[in-house]
Design a protein around this ligand. Structure first.
Ligand code: MOS
Length: 692
């Protein structure tokens, strides 16, 4: 084989699915071709807590074209209530405003929607509580936080060390509730054929949807077939099975022989697909006068739903970022009558590093130190929590490389000094980090036929580039041209694959493909006969944590703030990342810039506003919930250190889906401080906060 062709990893290749998407022929879930589709529209509760007293479906049922109206009175029974979010139409209880209380299946979407509006429910309303605050007397400590991390950690005596420190920073930061808003909403088509269920779904994991749906409905996994070749974004909300998946399956049971289509409306996306918890974070840093940290205390309050717990790991990055002999982290939850919070791009790191990296900027000011120098002085030699050696820690190189490229040395440390035509300008920096995760349980198979290799694994492409990256990894491992690889993903008929979550997808699936390629070559050599096959799992121990394995980065932002109106414009932004080997530079840049864009959106725009009287998100559409648009995304660039991290994966890569958002909002907040001298500790940084 051609040696040049064999270098498939690291090559700038066009997205293989790009042409199909541009031509509109890549089938997303709702567009899958099915015979005689029927349409599902849900009815949602109009109270935030209580019981349904009565529900009148007669007018809806009389409408021409209605196939079925389903309520908790007549819905098929579910088998498992292990996940209360999925206990759909099984009781009269209402846990949050907007919960499914009924659904209509009809011949057209319009009839389904019209009929849904004719369903009348009467409630026994109970007093609801959606008041999120750190002052509540019922905050509690969860058993563990997301991804299994301990809720609390203590090293040394952080309180005493803080109280005795020469320089002390004690500040409270807050981040609002936010909602994942991929362009493609959550969609499912459900079709029963005898006792087998097919779901065309928009998901980050076909196999976990299969497992969860089967368990909830009391089926064997083999009875559930999930298909999801193309996904229009997810950012974590499509990493879990949500109530609409179960609703579609139940509704399809009441419409025999019909494929029942459900797409959440944009407004429903603010209730039924998870959200990022709001946080209130008290940060205390104690340091010597020359900026050596002696105490780090990070105490987080966040929300969960009362009916099902989700605890975000907000303080977890604080456990590893900087050296300090005394350290304390805490997570406390307020259990409220809200939908269950869930994953949103870099859960934990994103809100936690906003607080931590603004706190470091404040400490730099207090010590009279350059913020990069402060970080360099507190660089830990090994993981401060476990004592493990770093697998690869290049934070300082990222900061220095970014400083060089961004022109940091020209920065006047004094805030609020530069103004042009009424716009104050400033630059800021923040660190980023994200763990290297490899999940166990993926399997890849390879078959050689007609001069090409069929590579099969049930992986997901959220729009991230999985189709292309896995093809490159397979070509590299089999030492052939990418054109000789025929990849199949996104279907439970393929070998098992773990979730596209925690930036673990390419690491976990890629490793299975490399293992299968090695097995294939071992069995069949480099001139395989037609029909030659091999398969392998992501190997045992791939999730080994002997080394503390994390990616790092440095975010730089320049902002302009209008002195009269408080309007903030991002002038330019640069991210420098250390994320192991980059599989495809074009896709990587897109992913990293996408993360930074989401971070700038978090910094300046995104906020779900709760009306506490109703338990209702009042700005539940794109008119009221602002997301960064092209006009905001000016002069954004992402670069990376050249690195091959063989400790992390056999590809040398570590995953890049999430680190791009981490630290982005802090860099912008720090730039706003540098521009104006005003320290904004509550996101988003809206003009009103700068004018008061
Ligand atoms: Mo990502 S929020 O771990 O799907």
């Amino acid at each position: 084989m051609d040696m040049l062709e064999a270098r498939a990893i690291g090559v700038d290749r066009e997205r293989m699915d790009g042409k199909l998407k541009v031509m509109g022929t890549a089938p997303y879930a709702f567009e899958q071709s099915v015979d005689r589709p029927a349409y599902l529209h849900p009815v949602q509760s109009t109270i935030a807590r209580g019981r349904i007293h009565s529900i009148d479906t007669s007018a809806a049922g009389r409408l021409e074209g209605v196939i079925a109206v389903i309520t908790h009175w007549n819905a098929p029974r579910l088998a498992s209530d292990g996940n209360r979010e999925l206990w759909v139409l099984q009781s009269n209880e209402v846990h949050f405003r907007g919960q499914f209380i009924a659904a209509v299946v009809a011949e057209t979407l319009e009839v389904a929607r019209c009929a849904a509006e004719l369903v009348r429910a009467e409630y026994e309303t109970a007093a609801h509580d959606v008041g999120f605050s750190a002052g509540r007397d019922d905050l509690y400590a969860p058993e563990a936080v997301n991804a299994g991390y301990p809720t609390d950690t203590d090293q040394g005596d952080a309180e005493a060390a803080f109280n005795g420190a020469e320089v002390r920073l004690d500040a409270t930061y807050s981040t609002p509730m936010e909602h994942n808003q991929p362009m493609e909403p959550h969609t499912t088509i459900a079709l029963w054929e005898s006792d087998k269920l097919t779901l065309y779904d928009s998901t980050q994991s076909v196999h976990s949807v299969r497992t969860v749906v089967a368990k909830t409905l009391g089926l064997r996994p083999e009875q559930v077939h999930v298909v999801s070749p193309y996904v229009g974004g997810g950012f974590g909300s499509k990493g879990e099975t949500h109530a609409h998946n179960i609703l579609a399956a139940l509704a399809a049971l009441r419409a025999p022989g019909r494929a029942v289509k459900l797409a959440l409306t944009r407004q429903q996306m603010f209730t039924l697909a998870g959200h990022r918890t709001p946080t209130i974070q008290r940060f205390r840093l104690g340091a010597t006068r020359d900026g050596h940290l002696n105490a780090i205390i990070h105490e987080v309050v966040e929300q969960t739903s009362r009916f099902q717990e989700f605890a975000e790991q907000t303080a977890v990055p604080t456990r590893l970022m900087y050296a300090a002999p005394n350290r304390r982290t805490r997570h406390r939850l307020a259990a409220l009558d809200v939908p269950k919070p869930s994953w949103m791009r870099a859960p934990g790191e994103t809100p936690g590093m906003f607080a931590g990296e603004v706190a470091m900027d404040e400490l730099a000011v207090a010590c009279g130190l350059d913020p990069i120098e402060l970080r360099v002085r507190n660089e830990p030699e090994h993981d401060p929590e476990s004592g493990s050696p770093w697998g690869s820690r290049h934070l300082v190189e990222c900061l220095r490389e970014g400083a060089r490229r961004f022109g940091w040395s020209r920065r006047d440390p004094r805030p609020g000094r530069r103004s042009e035509d009424g716009w104050l300008t400033g630059i800021g920096v923040a660190s980023a980090t994200y763990p290297r995760y490899v999940l166990m349980g993926s399997r890849a198979s390879i078959r050689f036929d007609e001069g090409r290799y069929e590579v099969r694994i049930g992986a997901a492409d959220l729009g991230t580039g999985t189709w292309t990256a896995l093809t490159q990894i397979a070509a590299d491992a089999l030492e052939c041209s990418p054109e000789a690889i025929h990849l199949e993903i996104g279907d439970t008929d393929l070998p098992n694959a773990t979730v596209a979550g925690g930036s673990s997808g390419i690491s976990s699936w890629g490793w299975a493909i490399v293992a299968a390629a090695q097995e294939f070559r071992r069995r069949h050599g480099s001139r395989p006969p037609a029909g030659a096959e091999a398969s392998a799992d992501t190997p045992e121990g791939a999730d080994d944590e002997t080394f503390a394995q994390h990616s790092f980065g440095a975010q730089f932002a320049e902002v302009r703030v209008n002195a009269a109106t408080g309007e903030v414009r991002l002038a330019r932004m640069l991210g420098v990342f250390s994320a192991g080997r980059i599989i495809n530079p074009r896709l990587a840049r897109s992913q990293l810039i996408g993360g930074m864009t989401m971070g700038l959106s978090m910094a300046l725009h995104e906020e779900s506003v709760m009306d506490e009287r109703l338990g209702h998100i009042v700005n539940h559409d794109f008119a009221g919930y602002h997301i960064a648009t092209n006009a905001d995304v000016v002069n954004l660039d992402a670069v990376w250190l050249e690195e091959i991290d063989d400790r992390s994966t056999p590809m040398g890569s570590r995953g890049i889906g999430e680190i791009g958002i981490v630290g982005a909002a802090a860099a912008i907040a720090n730039a706003v401080y540098h521009a104006t001298g005003k320290r904004i500790r509550a996101l988003p940084i809206t003009p009103d906060k700068l004018l008061t």
